[in-house]
Design a protein around this ligand. Structure first.
Ligand SMILES: *Cc1c(COP(=O)(O)O)cnc(C)c1O
Length: 349
């Protein structure tokens, strides 16, 4: 049983479509693959982050905040969704972004004016159109001082009489978790409508709120489906810790005392398809993206969904899903992140 859901804003187009990918399932010769189309939660405000933002922004509004601050990579889908939601709600938005490796570590952030035309595209371009303020730091500086960067920017706004609401990386925390707890409930309806009982569900994992929320949701709803996170960065051990931390904070806030959910939950992460690193592609990945788009008209991005789906196809070929009849893949969005990879995708035409 789920506890009562907290207040949320209705920002996403829900429920999203749920459909079988029959052609590629047959080509792979494994289980039937079903797609949960969370790339279609909206247009600018699309992808998985909007499910989390429905709860996060409701909390921001209940605290009378007028400015939202969050962080991510330069092509962050989460930052773009946050910038669009803030504009839609009439709030200010400041994005703390991680620049390219070539940037020298310095306190002094770059702004949009300093971006090259190559950088000013995809999600970053949309952030700017939606009126977000952007501060780009070198990766070294960003990782070493992220907490201080948040407090520094909060102080600037609060000195100007604003009220800030800060959202951590990917919107993954105790409140953000609700987004995919609710999605688990929605998926159980999808399964009933399609008359199936899938035994595994696969999603890309970056900040782990999607994997963690689905894990909590299905466990509390007593559906034994195996929630598999395909890591796009970090390691199995990292995500084990991160998910337990978020779930622990969630259960302390929303469940009766002494609940054991966080320690008892089984967490299943695969980290074999990251390739050379976060947001770095590889040949088999680009080929897989082209193959799926051509056969099903479904476009995945090279940073998240492409790696997760490529991982699923490889695991099917290796027999990991032998004996499974139906498995679900969550399309978590990222479409705008395809365009910065144009020249690499073109190489494999
Ligand atoms: C952020 C993101 C993910 C990862 O979700 P987390 O909840 O952060 O693990 C997957 N796909 C896309 C397109 C994303 O933007």
């Amino acid at each position: 049983m789920l506890p009562n859901f907290p207040a949320k804003l209705n920002l996403a187009n829900l429920p999203t479509e749920f459909l079988p990918l029959d052609r590629v399932s047959e080509l792979l010769g494994g289980p039937r693959i079903w797609l949960k189309c969370d790339d279609q939660t909206g247009s600018l405000v699309s992808g998985n982050k909007i499910r989390k933002l429905e709860y996060l922004m409701a909390e921001a509004q209940s605290k009378n905040c007028d400015t939202v601050i969050t962080c991510g990579g330069m092509q962050s889908n989460h930052c773009r969704a946050t910038a669009a939601v803030a504009a839609r709600l009439g709030m200010g938005c400041h994005l703390i972004l991680r620049g390219s490796k070539e940037m020298k570590p310095s306190d002094n952030p770059l702004s949009i004016e300093n971006c090259t035309d190559d950088q000013y595209q995809g999600n970053l371009l949309l952030d700017d159109l939606c009126g977000a303020e952007v501060s780009i730091y070198s990766p070294v500086h960003y990782f070493a001082h992220l907490e201080q960067l948040f407090s520094r920017h909060e102080n600037v706004y609060e000195d100007a009489g604003k009220y800030c609401y800060s959202i951590p990386t990917g919107g993954s925390n105790a409140i953000g978790l609700w987004g995919y707890i609710e999605a688990a409930r929605e998926l159980i309806d999808d399964f009933a409508n399609a008359s199936i009982s899938p035994t595994a569900i696969v999603c890309a994992t970056g900040s782990a709120g999607t994997q963690g929320g689905l894990g909590v949701g299905f466990q509390l709803l007593e559906n034994p489906i195996d929630v598999i996170g395909m890591a796009v960065c970090d390691s199995i051990a990292y995500f084990d810790r991160k998910i337990r931390e978020d779930v622990d904070a969630w259960q302390k806030r929303y469940l009766p005392e002494n609940t054991q959910l966080a320690s008892d939950m089984s967490i299943h992460t695969i980290d074999s398809y990251i390739g050379p690193g976060y947001a770095i592609g590889y040949e088999a990945l680009f080929k897989c993206i082209r193959w799926l788009a051509k056969n099903e008209g479904v476009v995945l991005d090279p940073v998240y969904t492409g790696k997760a789906f490529y991982g699923l196809t490889e695991e099917i070929k290796r027999g990991k899903f032998d004996g499974h009849t139906d498995v679900v893949f969550v399309h978590t969005g990222g479409t705008y992140g395809v365009f910065p990879f144009g020249s690499e995708l073109k190489c494999y035409a």
